[in-house]
Design a binder for this molecule. Structure first.
Ligand SMILES: *Cc1c(COP(=O)(O)O)cnc(C)c1O
Length: 345
């Protein structure tokens, strides 16, 4: 597949901004009079590394992908926006996405004036590659999938996703924001060599507990990553974030332990939800949240808010009528939720 032909011509031809850091690569020792920075040491007076060399090196070991296959963005949000800016010509190209799914894909598409074609999931929230392909045409540049999907919580069938990536002549994005909460699941990062048209999104915002620092990752072929890097703001990740993340990435034993705890709590909530009669349906989950269908979602939502427990009301989302999305909290938080739900009965 010719990925270059999918890239907007102006982006393919773009000569990126060349930073002072790009023009002198002789290391950190020296008298630096090349970037109009302040010479007074505040700990932050120098521009950050635009290429995030050290972090990508460390991530490469953790994620088992090459440094050249790692793009780092100011949250996954930046990677999502860049996919539109790199591949989709405004007012001309379109993208296809599953529905319901994460709201940012559509917002980013609309900001970039790119037509969105939504393909509804089945009633059990599974999807069919054939149905998605049917919605594409020669102006379709990308397909957005999310697995485990937000807000439905389920993993998409792996072989169906593979079939779609293999049969579509465009970019397929698989958003794995919740991958750390899956049991016995193999990330699509292991398929980067097989599929030059694949972009896998991950984030430090969920399992890694760093939603506040804004750090998202896109894993893709060297070519796609190099073009995304060319289009991003040179200094998209600030020094505070870079330093903090560099240290936190060593902490994956802690993160693993926390994920195990969240998974155990998730199983406890599922078990207890089963015994609550006004919960009509509990959808299978591979994420750190649970989608439930109840008799009167708005009423239950307001009841919980009045008691100080905030969940997400998904009642007005397509295929999620009557549904609340509940994040798995700490043992104590979940007990508080369960107590309130039992009193509501
Ligand atoms: C939470 C979430 C993200 C994370 O976005 P960030 O910008 O990295 O915080 C990405 N995708 C999905 C589906 C999510 O639910």
């Amino acid at each position: 597949m010719d990925i270059k032909s999918l890239i907007r011509p102006n982006i393919l031809a773009l000569a990126p901004y060349s930073t002072a850091r790009d023009e002198y690569q002789g290391g950190e020792i020296g008298v630096f009079l090349d970037a109009n920075e302040s010479p007074y040491d505040t700990g932050l007076n120098r521009y950050p590394d635009p290429h995030l060399k050290l972090i990508r090196e460390r991530l490469s070991g953790i994620k088992n992908v090459k440094e050249e296959q790692i793009f780092i963005g100011n949250g996954s949000d930046e990677a999502i926006d860049l996919i539109f800016r790199v591949f989709c010509s405004p007012a001309k190209d379109n993208v296809v996405m599953i529905a319901p799914s994460y709201g940012m894909y559509k917002v980013a598409a609309e900001i970039n004036d790119v037509e969105v074609r939504e393909v509804l999931l089945e009633n059990d929230y599974s999807f069919s590659a054939a149905k998605i392909l049917e919605a594409t045409d020669d102006k379709t540049k990308a397909i957005f999938l999310c697995s485990p999907n937000n807000p439905t919580a389920n993993l998409l069938d792996r072989s169906e996703v593979e079939l779609l990536i293999a049969s579509f002549d465009g970019i397929v994005v698989v958003d794995e924001a919740y991958v750390d909460f899956c049991i016995d699941y193999c990330s699509f990062t292991t398929d980067l060599e097989r599929f030059p048209n694949l972009i896998v999104l991950q984030t430090l915002s969920k399992a890694w507990g760093l939603a506040g620092v804004r750090f998202g990752m896109a894993f893709a072929s060297d070519l796609i990553v190099s073009v995304m890097n060319k289009v991003k703001y040179p200094y998209n990740i600030n020094i505070l974030t870079q330093n903090l993340v560099y240290e936190k990435l060593l902490d994956y034993a802690t993160i693993d332990a926390q994920c195990c705890e969240i998974i155990a709590e998730r199983e406890r909530l599922l078990k207890d939800f089963n015994m609550i009669t006004f919960i009509k349906k509990i959808f299978p989950t591979d994420a750190n949240f649970i989608l439930i269908k109840v008799e009167n979602a708005n009423h239950l939502y307001n009841y919980l808010v009045n008691k100080g427990v905030i969940v997400r009301n998904r009642n007005s989302v397509v295929l999620c009528e009557g549904c609340l999305r509940i994040t798995v909290g700490t043992n104590q938080e979940n007990s508080e939720l369960l107590k309130l739900l039992k009193e509501y009965e």
